[in-house]
Design a protein around this ligand. Structure first.
Ligand code: SF4
Length: 428
């Protein structure tokens, strides 16, 4: 069950950016008096992450500022008294913190879930179960001649994706780079910034028509005449199938635009199967939070499931898995009576009709920065910003492990997520 991945070793002059799941490992910083004053090489999103919070979190109980030990004791008290606690988040936490959260969930019999439950989970599960063939970003840089972004706009979501790995760089077998050696295709409902770069290889399709477009593309790859029910020049589908067939090393980057358009992952599995009959294709999910894939991998290694689990209290083996243990169903059905939210802001990111149950139960947030959720909850515990104020490791969007060291030291009033979880477990 345990998956192996290569560890990426870092040159000591460079740091890792935890701004997204690309985990760029070539970041230079200038520090002054325990603060980062300048960030080089990172994109704007990364600079903003590494320079820290506009509004750092303080330890509070019922809105009153308290000593961090008091906040941790109150968090333990809430979790100890809950009959069915929820632990949610962890996409912005290190592997070490995620493993501790799994241990805590076992100890208190919690429901444990993360954002992959309503985004890239099905794609990652299909990769873990070897239903979809994947590759590393380094393979893409060195070998890929055909790159497809489907429902993804990395120019905004992962700003260095094209320049560091996929389209612009020279690689071992791609010495002439984007000018001659690579073709980039975008399939999306809009002319995104990335689609503009792909020029005439941009395929714009109507909203929620991805499954139909996939079937038409599979027909074209099978030598049949493709048909779609919407207005689209089907000659362009034949042209697209032709490019994909001729690829020496192709990679599809799947974004949330595609995932949210499909009822399930099966059309993507069918397309990948067909592509690998007639060509050579791989798939990488465009994971957002820097260590969401780590959460999936760490939980999978321990339980065989990558999200939506419930542990039985006091029993280290018994774990249940199912849609009813997703954060959405747990809150909709009001089956949880307390929540520990780590590095996430569900009151901002989930529909209010779902998230409003969080306003009726005791909630604890662990986060470096103040969030909309943290302003409404019973207990807040400030944590160190991982990748800047504490080190650890994380799993990049392609499954590779990246290790990082802290860049600046902070005091004991901002422990790492992992240390906070250990202290909560000790206090239980
Ligand atoms: S692309 Fe992502 S990891 Fe790289 S610098 Fe930007 S935010 Fe950081």
């Amino acid at each position: 069950m345990k998956r192996q991945s290569m560890v990426i070793l870092l040159n000591e002059n460079y740091h890792v950016c935890t701004g997204c799941a690309l985990l760029c490992d070539d970041i230079e910083v200038i520090t002054d008096n325990k603060k980062i004053t300048e960030v080089k090489t990172a994109c704007r999103k990364g600079v903003s992450r590494m320079k820290g919070c506009n509004e750092p979190m303080s330890p509070t109980v019922d809105g009153q500022q308290v000593d961090i030990d008091v906040a941790i004791a109150e968090a333990a008290n809430i979790l100890k008294n809950a009959k069915s606690p929820l632990i949610f988040g962890l996409g912005n936490s290190t592997d070490g913190a995620q493993i501790k959260a799994i241990e805590l969930a076992k100890q208190i019999g919690a429901v444990l879930d993360d954002t992959s439950s309503f985004c890239q989970g099905p794609t990652i599960e299909a990769i873990f179960n070897n239903r979809i063939r994947s590759c590393t970003l380094d393979d893409v840089r060195n070998r890929a001649d055909v790159i497809v972004y489907w429902g993804a706009d990395p120019s905004n979501s992962h700003p260095r994706h094209l320049s560091k790995f996929s389209y612009f760089p020279r690689g071992q077998e791609r010495q002439r780079g984007w000018e001659e050696d690579r073709t980039m295709i975008t399939i999306d409902i809009r002319k995104s910034h990335t689609a503009k770069i792909s020029g005439d290889k941009s395929y714009q399709i109507p909203l929620r028509m991805d499954a139909e477009f996939i079937d038409a593309l599979i027909d074209a790859l099978s030598g049949k005449v493709p048909k779609v029910s919407f207005e689209f020049d089907t000659k362009r589908i034949l042209e697209l199938a032709n490019i994909l067939k001729k690829a020496k090393f192709g990679t599809i980057f799947v974004g949330l635009g595609l995932i949210y358009s499909l009822d399930d992952i099966e059309p993507v599995v069918r397309l990948m199967d067909k592509l690998n009959e007639v060509s050579n294709f791989h798939l990488i999910p465009m994971v957002g939070h820097y260590n969401m894939r780590g959460f999936n991998q760490n939980l999978f290694n321990k339980t065989g499931y990558l999200n939506r689990v419930k542990f039985e209290k006091g029993n280290n083996i018994d774990v249940q898995h199912g849609a009813e243990f997703s954060i959405i169903e747990s809150l909709n059905n009001k089956t949880v009576d307390a929540a520990l939210v780590i590095g996430n802001d569900p009151l901002s990111s989930l529909p209010l009709t779902v998230a409003k149950h969080l306003l009726d139960i005791p909630v604890i947030t662990i986060d470096p920065c103040e969030t909309f959720t943290s302003r409404k909850v019973k207990v807040t515990i400030p944590s160190a910003l991982s990748g800047v104020e504490c080190g650890g490791s994380a799993i990049r969007m392609d499954g590779e492990e990246v290790k990082f060291e802290p860049i600046i030291q902070v005091g004991s009033n901002r422990p790492s997520d992992e240390e906070i979880l250990i202290r909560i477990m000790e206090a239980l």
